[in-house]
Design a protein around this ligand. Structure first.
Ligand SMILES: *Cc1c(COP(=O)(O)O)cnc(C)c1O
Length: 402
């Protein structure tokens, strides 16, 4: 993490230049002299090579679509930039072994697998909860093979995350395997995600009806990496009136912000499975970004949660009234955002996944047929290559060390 987050100079100019050029400046500012500026510029250009359109859903309501990358979810931004960072390090003479060990609630797995597929010197191991991710999410990363090993864990996402954390505390595993994490605890992912918040404000400024004041920004949250990146953007000076954390029924954070104790608990399965997290990894970082001042955090950060029935209702409303096809995660964000928007305010939500990734839920909820984009159509017929893993650290350790 940057030891100190220094506000960006010359913000007005920065908001006017194109996304890639702006992101190069933001990341150079955050990364400092860890990499040469020309290296950073190349890394950003290669990682951020797909569009991120802003949609106006209705007056005052805007959505930034972050799902037009290779694996159809916003995680492509972080995973692809992380691959560039690791490539820059490994490329500069490092010959050690590198194993990326990561847990996924559905979308990280695909983004990381695709970002590192066939990268020489890198092995990828992905743990995911059996029955906890959508069938198409599973097809996207469990059919690849090669340097990507996938394990279907008899447990929930938090169990997978615990297995990963325990592996990082095991010095033999760390040293022999050269372990690296690709979850949003990895700072290279977080820093990459800072960039699209600037794009959200830049695009909003051009499209807004009122064009004045700053908008609310609502982030559908699970492990809270995405929101952490948003708060970092805020600390860099980005004009946002307020951030809103939107969760599914796993509402540990909204409960805490409403005044309860902070009580992580086992996650429950919901329609927005990539947010089924009961003990969010990045929460400590968010608290720290608010100066460990809980009263301030409760004042400044908005939050709300949606249960499955509310998610379906919101998906129907967006489809019927606005003709907008939202995946279940995005619907959590739009619904919670609308709760917070006063009549004179404007708001932006992050649209985090392509609706086709959750085809079964979307078709059943809206009673429509969803066409698969080429990336998904290509994998539907492929066999799954995952191995089953009991929720047992000793067993994981044995399999990885042999
Ligand atoms: C991972 C994910 C989220 C949650 O992001 P966090 O950074 O874990 O809070 C939301 N929506 C989708 C589609 C995701 O894949």
């Amino acid at each position: 993490m940057p030891l100190e987050i220094v506000p960006l100079p010359d913000l007005d100019r920065l908001l006017e230049i194109p996304f890639v050029a702006r992101s190069q400046e933001i990341l150079a500012h955050l990364i400092g002299d860890e990499f040469e500026r020309s290296t950073i510029d190349g890394m950003v250009a290669r990682a951020f090579s797909f569009p991120l359109p802003m949609r106006k859903i209705r007056p005052g309501l805007f959505g930034l679509e972050l799902f037009h990358g290779p694996t159809l979810a916003f995680k492509d931004f972080g995973a692809r930039f992380m691959a560039q960072c690791l490539g820059a390090i490994v490329g500069s003479g490092d010959t050690g072994r590198h194993t990326i060990l990561t847990a996924t609630s559905g979308d990280t797995g695909a983004a990381v697998a695709h970002a590192f597929l066939d990268v020489p010197g890198i092995e990828v191991v992905i743990l995911y909860p059996a029955g906890g991710i959508s069938p198409l999410q599973e097809k996207l990363f469990c059919t690849l093979g090669r340097n990507v090993r996938t394990m279907r864990v008899d447990g929930r996402f938090d169990d997978c995350q615990d297995l990963v954390k325990r592996s990082f505390l095991d010095s033999r595993m760390v040293n022999e395997l050269g372990l690296t994490s690709a979850n949003s605890i990895n700072v290279s992912r977080l820093l990459a995600q800072v960039c699209y918040y600037f794009e959200a404000i830049a695009a909003w400024t051009k499209m807004s009806d009122r064009g004045q004041g700053a908008p609310l920004v609502c982030v559908p949250s699970g492990n809270f990496g995405n929101l952490t990146a948003g708060i970092i953007a805020w600390r860099l000076g980005l004009p946002v009136s307020r951030f809103i954390a939107a969760t599914n029924a796993n509402d540990v954070v909204p409960q805490f912000l409403a005044g309860s104790e902070y009580q992580p608990r086992p996650s429950t399965a919901t329609l927005a499975n990539a947010m089924d997290v009961g003990a969010p990894n990045n929460w400590d970082r968010i608290v720290a970004l608010f100066g460990n001042d809980v009263a301030r955090l409760r004042r400044e950060l908005g939050a709300g949660s949606f249960n499955d029935a509310q998610i379906r209702e919101e998906m129907r409303l967006l489809w019927k009234e606005d003709g907008y096809l939202a995946d279940p995660h995005t619907a959590v964000a739009t619904g919670i955002l609308r709760r917070f928007l006063a009549p004179h305010e404007e708001g932006i939500f992050l649209s985090t996944a392509h609706p086709a990734k959750f085809r079964e839920i979307v078709e059943e909820t809206l009673d429509i047929d969803v066409e698969l984009p080429p990336a998904l159509a290509a994998v539907t017929g492929k066999p799954l290559l995952s191995e089953d893993l009991p929720n047992d650290f000793g067993e994981l350790r044995r399999r990885l060390l042999t």
